[in-house]
Design a protein around this ligand. Structure first.
Ligand code: HEM
Length: 211
């Protein structure tokens, strides 16, 4: 069965509503959005996001010629890799030297496996990272005055174009006509990516501070 034109994005949103609420409630995210995260922890978080985006972008680039929907839907998400690299450089960190946390290693391994077994499901991961730009703008506003360096390029890549860019992304996904099985696998990938980001948040800033 092929979904109606709006279906895949509605499905992804509906299926990940709970993981999204969970992500928002994480201590790391709530401290970020309140502008209270120490700069050092923020820089460590950027480092892990750099590794995640770099791994995903590398696999999308590798597969896009053979899998047309990847090419039609994903435009230039490599932009996030470069923005992260630049933000890290403002903290004096070389992205290529960042060591992955255990959760980041698991995420990278899954990206790798999915890329080999089911390349279109990379779009489930990409949905989560691209969609997170919606909330990242709020985080950028919360952080911009508190940081000593303007390392918020990653969080606000599109400026006032954020909504139209997201709307166009939604339209491209909905127009691709994925079948139900592919949609289900993408949803599984999206849930998995939310889980990895939650685990990464927990590793960087535990939910409960132990005595
Ligand atoms: C403090 C943390 C966060 C806040 C305040 C926040 C806020 C938002 C907001 C306002 C939207 C737009 C909702 C809409 O217009 O319908 C959104 C969408 C989204 N966010 Fe977040 N978010 C946060 C964390 C995250 C995280 C950590 C991720 C994943 C890594 C994430 C992934 C997404 C996705 C995938 C969407 C698109 C939903 C859709 O329309 O399909 N968010 N977020």
């Amino acid at each position: 069965m092929t979904y109606q034109s709006t279906r895949i994005m509605d499905l992804l949103k509906e299926a990940t509503a709970e993981p999204h609420r969970d992500a928002e409630r994480r201590r790391l995210q709530s401290e970020l959005v309140r502008g209270r995260l120490p700069a050092e922890t923020y820089a460590r978080w950027l480092g892990q996001m750099f590794l995640l985006h770099r791994a995903l972008w590398k696999e999308i680039e590798r597969r896009r010629a053979e899998h047309p929907p990847l090419d039609e839907i994903v435009r230039d998400e490599g932009l996030h890799v470069e923005n992260l690299r630049a933000d890290l450089a403002l903290f004096g960190i070389d992205g290529d030297e960042v060591a992955p946390l255990a959760s980041t290693q698991r995420a990278i391994r899954s990206i790798d496996l999915t890329s080999r077994a089911d390349p279109l499901s990379l779009l489930g991961y990409n949905y989560v990272l691209e969609g997170s730009m919606n909330g990242n703008r709020f985080i950028a506003r919360a952080l911009e005055n508190g940081l000593e360096v303007p390392a918020i390029t990653y969080l606000d890549p599109y400026g006032d174009e954020q909504r139209p860019v997201w709307q166009e992304y939604r339209e491209r996904m909905n127009a691709a006509g994925f079948d139900e099985a592919q949609g289900d696998r993408m949803v599984a990938g999206a849930k998995e990516m939310f889980r990895f980001v939650a685990e990464m948040s927990e590793e960087l800033l535990p939910e409960t501070v132990r005595a």
